[in-house]
Design a protein around this ligand. Structure first.
Ligand code: PLP
Length: 455
């Protein structure tokens, strides 16, 4: 940056995601990163406990990704990838993904991020059923506590109600079922496992709405922003059965769980099932440049290819298949493969979870969970009833601040402290993250207890 910038200029000219002026006091200006560490404008260093926003999978400071971008920009800055026009990095990336992504998915469309990918999935699901002569199959079912982005249809699929009120009405035709949360889901049917009971909620919803009206079910293999909810092992098998039985497409939102985060390339690999559509973003470029996309099954690809030109798949973004973004993605995939980061995420994730479980004995730690390098510690007011702290306790902000003061940057969602560090993080830094939680949680809970008793 040639001239120094200030927070006053930020306040005067910049609207932030989830903007509100009350957050300015806590704003840090991030200036550099190296591996799993980031530095602010005051020169303080922090562990990047959430890999930015769950995306910097290969860590910061990878010069080769800058060089890949620079080479491509110097060769071809941009040209349309609309039908009848293509570019080399986009072709190479789609071909490479066809070998990495679920075996039944071989055809890809690129976007600029997660929400555009959600929109593309929903439109493609509706297109597919119209192409097959079932034009009434339009509804999309998702889960409470899901996050699928914040454009209007994506926001309507997102199951975190705090995002809705000031933007209502939501897009019609979107509905939600319960999340398969092993900690909080109350199994209404003792005859079946919690995973099957949670999946059966989908069948109930499809039957209630009428299968002839439902286009697709969308699910994150592990719900990220909703508090890292790892479903029971039998959940997705049952989901796949239900989708098959009722002709409902299954969309996997692998925006966070793709590209190694959970210790497998893609999240549903843990469950041995495949989706009809997979959507991705974040880790495909490790956040170095914006890129997302969807992959579709062969039967969806055939429906798109076999439709008469007059009713073609009229979906497009200017930046679909952007050459620089695709070139950076190819370089990022090289790093993930060369450094065996998927396997490392599995090993380091097992270590992280084991260490985090030592915190379960602390007052206020209700549940610890994770898969690969994606974990959460849920803080509760009462471990027996699982009751959360009242909103006026301001617990999430206090926990975030207490961790920042101790050199750990991460996010707290509904009193779940989320952890998803870069996949190359060292054991030493992993252990330091756990130690930081071990100090910050009791310190914050003691302060909150005395504040609440004074009120
Ligand atoms: C699972 C999931 N889907 C979609 C999105 C939306 O992505 P974006 O913010 O790039 O639009 C996110 C973002 O966090 C996400 O976690």
């Amino acid at each position: 940056m040639s001239t120094p910038v200030t927070l006053d200029e930020d306040r005067a000219h910049l609207l932030h995601p989830l903007h509100h002026p009350s957050t300015y006091a806590a704003t840090r200006i991030w200036v550099s990163g190296d591996g799993a560490l980031i530095k602010d404008a005051d020169g303080r260093e922090y562990i990047d406990g959430l890999s930015g926003l769950w995306n910097v999978n290969v860590g910061h400071g990878r010069r080769e990704l800058g060089e890949a971008a620079s080479r491509q920009m110097a060769t071809l800055a941009f040209h349309s990838a609309y039908a009848g026009s293509s570019n080399e990095p986009a072709i190479a990336l789609a071909e490479r993904l066809s070998r990495l992504v679920y075996p039944s998915i071989n055809t890809f469309f690129f976007t600029s991020g997660g929400a555009e990918s959600s929109e593309t999935s929903f439109k493609t699901a509706r297109f597919y059923w119209k192409a097959l002569g079932k034009p009434d199959k339009i509804k999309i079912i998702s889960r409470h506590r899901a996050y699928h982005g914040l454009t209007l249809a994506a926001m309507s699929a997102t199951g975190l109600s705090a995002f809705w009120p000031m933007f209502e009405p939501r897009t019609p035709g979107f509905l939600h079922i319960d999340a398969p949360d092993p900690y909080r889901f109350v199994n209404p049917d003792p005859g079946v496992s919690l995973g099957v009971a949670a999946a059966n909620k989908l069948e109930e919803a499809i039957l209630r709405e009428g299968p002839e009206t439902v286009a697709a079910f969308i699910a994150e293999p592990v719900q990220g922003a909703g508090g890292v909810i790892v479903p029971p092992p039998d959940y997705f098998h049952r989901i796949r059965e239900i989708c098959n039985r009722h002709d409902v497409l299954f969309i996997a939102d692998d925006v966070i769980t793709g590209f190694g985060r959970t210790g497998r390339w893609f999240g549903l690999e843990h469950y041995g099932v495949e989706p009809d559509i997979v959507q991705f973003a974040k880790g495909i470029t490790s956040g170095y440049v914006p890129l997302g996309g969807i992959g579709v099954s062969n039967s969806i690809r055939d429906a798109i290819n076999n439709t008469p030109a007059a009713s073609r798949w009229m979906h497009a973004y200017t930046y679909s298949g952007h050459p620089t973004c695709c070139a950076v993605a190819l370089g990022n995939l090289d790093i993930i493969e060369r450094e065996h980061l998927v396997e490392r995420a599995a090993q380091r994730g097992a270590r992280l979870l084991e260490k985090l479980r030592t915190l379960e004995s602390l007052d206020g730690v209700g549940h610890v969970r994770g898969q690969g390098l994606m974990a959460a510690v849920e803080v509760v007011a009462d471990k027996n009833t699982k009751e959360l702290y009242p909103p006026q306790a301001g617990l999430a902000q206090k926990l975030t601040n207490a961790m920042l003061e101790r050199g750990l940057c991460t996010r707290v969602a509904m009193d779940c402290i989320c952890l998803a560090p870069p996949l190359m993080i060292s054991d030493t830094l992993l252990d330091r993250m756990v130690d930081t939680l071990g100090e910050a949680i009791p310190a914050v809970l003691n302060a909150v207890a005395s504040e609440l008793s004074v009120r």
